[in-house]
Design a protein around this ligand. Sequence first.
Ligand code: RFL
Ligand code: PHB
Length: 389
Amino acid sequence: MRTQVAIIGGGPSGLMLSQLLNRAGVRTVVLERKTRDYVLARVRAGILEAGTVDLLEQAGVAQRMHAEGQPHHGCYLTDDQQMIRVDFTESCGQQVMVYGQTEVTRDLYEAQDRIGATHIHEVENVAINDLKAAAPHVTFDRGGQSHRLDCDMIVGCDGFHGVSRHAIPKDVRREYERVYPFGWLGILSETPPLRPELIYANHPRGFALASMRHEMLSRYYIQVPLSDKVEDWSDDAFWDEFRRRLPDDVAADLVTGPTIEKSIAPLRSFVSEPMRWGHLFLCGDAAHIVPPTGAKGLNLALSDVRLLSAALIAHYNDNDDSGLEGYSAQALQRVWKAVRFSWSVTTMMHRFPDHDAFDHRMQQVELQALANSDTARRLFAESYTGVGL
Ligand code: RFL
Ligand code: PHB
């Protein structure tokens, strides 16, 4: 088998890259470990930056998002003393779109089907070979048979647990990591969202987030110890704890119901540099992870794809390699800004086991700055909507 660009991983990064390249006449093969149904059942991100919305338009997959997504012009941050609204539009002239990652992925799969792009699911033992030779190749197993895919370039879009990044020699790779001492327990429930906008709450019992997917689908999270298991949390226990972490007047409006999804995600900041080695390029969670507090993971992944797709198209269609040469450095600039923002919002909004009264005062002062300073709100809004990254 032969293609121009071999893409490992069929999550949002891999699908979007394949979509943009195929539309420009560049041939791709996507190799995905799981079934399509499995990929579509993963509940993850919910917030799209304006730049991500633009990219969906460029890829021809924005129609349903514009019909069903909800533009949000602000969000709330609370602690036990104050409820602050950051108005994105007033602060920086931007907005975000509430539209689930599951829906983005579904729209991409459907668009890929329409243009006849090649996806191979349920591949095993993917291995990357000859990255520094004239042409690399990928080997993999499927249905008990071994296969070889020859290509010009390989793009690792295989997420944090993928194999691609490990193909870069250890003495070349630099890794930076912060593992947070808690996770997020998240639920989906077919109930009306608590408020029309998101609420991020720092409470003495721990962080809580009230988010949503649409007018009859709520997405709520609470901070939990890493030792907790999903089975430890009945629906009633979740609702009781969630309610306790919200301001009383907000909690009074909470509508509860059965949960239709419940999972715990650990929180981590991670960056692997460089994002290119020889014929291998990395995109998205394969190269970097951020804690979900800043709603940046999917947006960062797709901003890598925007850069890399343009660079690959210039390589194939205009014989111009400058984008490929600059890809890693350019992508990493945005990555580090998003890592800093996600780390700072995580630190401001969570209760850490080793925090003392001093740390809590620092959190209060940071929130007061958001309440009292147009400049602080503008900085937050620029990062949250992505325009300042
Ligand atoms: P993915 O989505 O992990 O996809 C990688 C794909 O690669 C496949 N794979 C392999 N395929 C072949 N061979 C191998 N060896 C393979 N190893 C892995 C996997 O099966 C998978 O299909 O990475 P990608 O495409 O880079 O996308 C990244 C995003 O999924 C991620 O950053 C976001 O979900 C993060 N995130 C959020 N991001 C936002 O921008 N806004 C949010 O509001 C937001 N909320 C969240 C989040 C992530 C969360 N969790 C569960 C981690 C909320 C949560 C709870
Ligand atoms: C979500 O709706 O899943 C969501 C929203 C905002 C975040 C994280 C997750 O910061």
